[in-house]
Write a protein that binds this ligand. Structure first.
Ligand code: ATP
Length: 362
């Protein structure tokens, strides 16, 4: 299958020697909702701007539908961009904002009317076409920016933190609407965000970036459940890290010796005996009990040091007796929490399944 956008060994070094993007290669599938996720300054926007053509790679190749577009100017690329600032014409009407690009291309008027009405309906703005931008809410302006970018059916839509200016509730609502919109229009979306929850919610696949590099590329589930690097495990969600040494495999499980204890991990990863590794355990994969857990292979004894109630779940910080490290356990609050089962200084066992962890080579 042909790729929609493909980057081959793309590097961007700015004039002041800042390496914003460092030898990045990946391919985006047609019709995919793809996001670039990473902390501020990791190079997401620079990468997006290179796909748009606003920035030229220092080296490497950008392809669109299999064609090299590295030297193609932005206006000749079948790509549109939605900016966080929306960049709308404030005193023009909604209709004229959306129609602007088509008018510039001298598209016949009936075709413009049809295209604008169609896209207005898709972004749920029908009825507001005569309003001026200054008379719209932030959320409505956001929809106009989307409509304007979609009206000429580009092959790829680039979105640079488009929901950044919206309040949390509206932002979550727009995330779902964006996913629905993308399913309707079937255009490849490349979405930049530094919000890990947002990217898990909306994406088919995510490229997690750090320092100009792609640390991991995968589905939200792969990235969350099996983070490939310590950075990914730390940046997305919360993780417990157990560092130790791999001591061989028994019955399909890997034995990792950590200070004061040993743990078992089910992982296909190839590791040499004696190698240093880190076991990553998500807090919600851990359970706590007052009695020893006879079912789970992995069980460490500890003392509850802190309890935080956060509505959906309760977070326990348990200091492990064997090595003095603190593990975070997130226990879901089913029904209501009047009868909290544990309290401060309770002696407990923290247990988990060997298959619910991932292994990172140090
Ligand atoms: P944010 O989420 O804050 O927008 P980002 O991940 O999009 O961050 P970029 O804007 O791509 O990051 O910036 C990557 C690096 O390149 C940063 O160190 C930034 O300071 C630098 N940079 C970006 N644009 C330029 C420029 N025109 N000249 C010099 N350095 C730049």
């Amino acid at each position: 299958m042909e790729h929609s956008v493909e980057l081959r060994n793309v590097t961007k070094v700015f004039d002041d020697d800042t390496v914003a993007v460092d030898n990045v290669s990946f391919a985006i599938k047609p019709g995919e909702f793809f996001s670039l996720l990473g902390p501020s300054g990791c190079g997401k926007t620079t990468l997006l701007r290179m796909i748009a053509g606003f920035e030229k790679p220092s080296s490497g190749t950008v392809l669109l539908n299999g064609k090299d577009i590295t030297d193609t100017p932005p206006y000749k690329r079948d790509v549109n961009m939605v900016f966080q600032s929306y960049a709308l014409f404030p005193h023009m009407t909604v209709y004229n904002n959306i129609a602007y690009g088509l008018k510039m291309k001298h598209v016949p008027k009936p075709k413009i009317v049809e295209a604008v009405n169609d896209v207005l309906q898709k972004v749920k703005l029908t009825g507001l076409e005569k309003r001026r931008i200054t008379q719209l809410s932030g959320g409505q302006q956001q929809r106009v920016a989307l409509a304007r970018a979609l009206v000429n059916h580009p092959a790829v839509l680039l979105l640079d933190e488009p929901l950044g200016a919206l309040d949390q509730k509206l932002r979550e609502q727009m995330q779902i609407e964006l996913v629905n919109l993308q399913e309707q229009v079937k255009i490849t979306f490349v979405f930049v965000t530094h919000d890990q929850r947002e990217s898990l919610t909306i994406s088919d696949r995510i490229a997690v970036m750090n320092n100009g590099n792609v640390e991991q590329l995968g589905s939200p589930k792969e990235i969350y459940e099996f983070p490939a690097t310590r950075f990914v495990a730390d940046f997305i969600g919360t993780s417990n890290f157990l560092t130790g040494i791999y001591r061989g495999e028994e019955n399909g499980l890997k034995r990792i010796v950590i200070p004061g204890a040993e743990v078992w991990v089910e992982s296909p990863q190839e590791i040499e005996t004696g190698e240093h590794v880190t076991v990553v355990i998500r807090p919600e994969k851990l359970s706590i009990s007052k009695e020893p857990n006879d079912i789970e292979l992995n069980s460490l004894q500890g003392v509850i040091e802190e309890i935080i109630y956060v509505g959906t779940d309760t977070r326990y910080f348990v200091r492990i007796l064997a090595n003095d490290m603190v593990l975070q356990v997130f226990a879901q609050n089913v029904l209501h929490t009047a009868k909290q089962r544990f309290t401060w200084f309770d002696q407990v066992y923290v247990s988990w399944d060997p298959g619910s962890t991932s292994l990172i080579k140090e």
